[in-house]
Design a protein around this ligand. Sequence first.
Ligand code: NCD
Length: 331
Amino acid sequence: MQRHLISAADLTRDDAVLILDTAEEMARVADRPIKKLPTLRGRTVVNLFFEDSTRTRISFEAAEKRLSADVINFSAKGSSVSKGESLKDTAQTLEAMGVDAVVIRHGASGAPYRLATSGWIDAAVINAGDGTHQHPTQALLDAFTMRRRLVGRDTGLGQDLAGKRITIVGDVLHSRVARSNVDLLHTLGAEVTLVAPPTLLPVGASAWPCEISYDLDAVLPKSDAVMMLRVQRERMNAAFFPTEREYSRRYGLDGDRMARMPEDAIVMHPGPMVRGMEITAEVADSGRCTAIEQVANGVSIRMAVLYLLLGGNEPAVTQSRTTDSRTTEEK
Ligand code: NCD
């Protein structure tokens, strides 16, 4: 494992499988009455959010607290300082306070990389979403959800997603979730197809390790998982499709379309969902939609990432390691 988690593309297959397996151990903590491990006691983690977030922010905070870290939340919304300067100033303030890890979400692609490589701070940097670039922990929690559903919770341990057919639908152009998923799913051996209007596909997407299609109905019967993306209006400065109705008709997932998917195939969404646009309420509320499960899995994945980046040599979940019968001296 590297010292920072900036991009899903930086993870090897073995790194990714180790994170998924560690997250399975962490998930067992969530089933206990007291959901807490002492692993990061005395360590300080700062959540530095320059952009809106519900799920990612709460999920990181829950993960940090479950590992007993001291948590500082910093919301930079409304700051009038220019981006580069404010990031450097903030970083130096954090360094002065002696933080061990910084979880950063920023509207500018590349901000977490800058923080990790600038020499401003010594802490581990975890990217919680930067502009349209990357959102590696989202891709990891998505892969975790797919492995549980498509391979099996116990049978999946040590496994990747080889041969699984994953379709990602919607606003790929503005989506860091799509970019991170394409990278990680490719590393894990899955076959990815992107479906989007041509205007919402980035220039250069044809060089990505995936297929591209404009025909959702043709791809659905060949999908093990279909991931719907939100149309990110906040990142748009022009019209990318004629009307919302037209978009939904061609690229939205409703009950009729879902019926074209194989029986065991799942529907995924990173949230926030815009019901009636990319997904109907019928699909969002159906048992095949894993959106809520993805949120729960996000806490386990973020615990695993924090543990692996900061946790040192301690076993992740001490009490559950009953198979390790060696004495402390033998280790
Ligand atoms: C996504 C994001 O912020 O990139 N959401 C998330 O983190 N769960 C996707 C989105 O905003 O549509």
